[in-house]
Design a protein around this ligand. Structure first.
Ligand code: FES
Length: 100
């Protein structure tokens, strides 16, 4: 898969959006765009960043992200260890745009 394609990530309900930076997690891509998403460990264990993927596909950067099979099936993801594999829409009510 080409790593030069930049996927767009939209956060709801705020409507904030940013580009997935190739090789970075969704979380770090958001932070690069000055959009703050809840986070703590940034390595897929604490679940602070856990949010719902409403559309799109992700790939994980680690083999065992801290989610149950049921949570994955329900669409929960850990953006600190995930990369967009398509354009995404995420539900993150606590996302903060520091420009506002
Ligand atoms: S920040 Fe800890 S699991 Fe994502």
């Amino acid at each position: 898969m080409s790593s030069s394609i930049r996927f767009l990530v939209r956060i709801q309900p705020s409507g904030l959006q940013f580009e997935q930076v190739p090789g970075r997690s969704v979380l770090l891509s958001a932070l690069s765009a000055s959009i703050r998403l809840p986070n703590s460990c940034r390595n897929g264990t604490c679940r602070t960043c856990m949010c719902k993927l409403s559309t799109g596909r992700i790939d994980y950067q680690i083999e065992w992200p801290g989610l149950t099979r049921e949570e994955k099936a329900e669409g929960w993801i850990l953006p600190c260890v995930a990369e967009a594999a398509s354009d995404l829409e995420l539900l993150v009510p606590d996302a903060v745009d520091p420009k506002r």
